[in-house]
Design a protein around this ligand. Structure first.
Ligand SMILES: C[S@@+](CC[C@H](N)C(=O)[O-])C[C@H]1O[C@@H](n2cnc3c(N)ncnc32)[C@H](O)[C@@H]1O
Length: 248
């Protein structure tokens, strides 16, 4: 299916509509294209956050709540977790996922419909921000990082999981083939005629490599940015602390 990325000015509206359309098969799609490995990567991301008891955080671009569920379980009833997304259908699935388990949202969990570019939090009010496959999708990466930096408290941590650049040059054509041919095919098997599954691989083209993103994070004010790679760099976690000492 021929595909063209939306213009930057149309990106947010386009994505909100398209994520609404694919919400019901998003989780299965994610499982199929990563052969379930995204679960392990998300577990590692949460583990590496080393959340202090009573922490307050945000899962940004939470989608169907997969990462938020792990964050909530890790907090274990202490602290508070917000999960924010602008797609109502993705949030609806998140609401089911996060309530089915114990009949409520779980202690300290709040789902928010909102825009990652304008976060509804006071400066320095959060201990951590997690984001899974979200930074690639926002309409302005640097502005979004500035917004995340603003809401994090000194000593707070941003942890992002997304795609990266395969380190071995000879392996890159294979990765490209998988992303651009196999991934859209899997998507179209799940939801015939849906162009969103062609957007997803194309969205990786404008996204910085892991080293470039590290440089952008440092320029945004984060320090000691750590990179955790899987599959020769095709999947990457960035751990980016905001300098300073946590209060209390
Ligand atoms: C690829 S999904 C990721 C879902 C989930 N975090 C995961 O790890 O599977 C990207 C999500 O980002 C959301 N999104 C993209 N841009 C956004 C924005 N500006 N504000 C809020 N949500 C946004 C989309 O609605 C979608 O649910």
């Amino acid at each position: 299916m021929p595909y063209r990325l939306p213009e930057p000015s149309d990106k947010a509206a386009y994505l909100r509509e398209k994520f609404d359309e694919i919400a019901r098969c998003y989780d299965l799609f994610n499982d199929l294209i990563t052969q379930g490995m995204h679960r392990h990567w998300k577990n590692t991301l949460i583990k590496r956050l080393e959340l202090p008891a009573g922490a307050t955080g945000l899962d940004l671009c939470c989608g169907t709540g997969d990462l938020a569920a792990r964050g909530r379980d890790r907090l274990g009833g202490e602290g508070a977790l917000y999960a924010l997304d602008f797609s109502r259908n993705m949030l609806e699935i998140a609401r089911h996922r996060l309530t089915d388990k114990d009949g409520g949202n779980g202690p300290g969990l709040l789902l928010l419909c909102g825009d990652a570019m304008r976060l509804p939090f006071r400066d320095g009010s959060l201990d951590f921000v997690t984001v899974g496959y979200g930074l690639r999708n926002v309409s302005g990466l640097k502005s979004c990082l500035a917004e995340i930096f603003r809401v994090l408290a000194p000593g707070g941590m941003l942890a992002s999981l997304d795609v990266g650049e395969v380190r071995l040059p000879w392996l890159r054509p294979l990765a490209q083939f998988y992303f651009f041919k196999v991934v859209p095919l899997i998507g179209r098997m799940l939801q015939p005629g849906q162009e969103m599954f062609s957007y997803l691989p194309h969205s990786t083209q404008d996204y910085p490599s892991q080293q470039e993103l590290r440089t952008i994070l440092l320029a945004a004010g984060f320090s000691n940015v750590e990179i955790v790679e899987y599959l020769f760099g095709a999947s990457v976690i960035h751990l980016a602390p905001k300098p300073g000492n946590p209060a209390g």
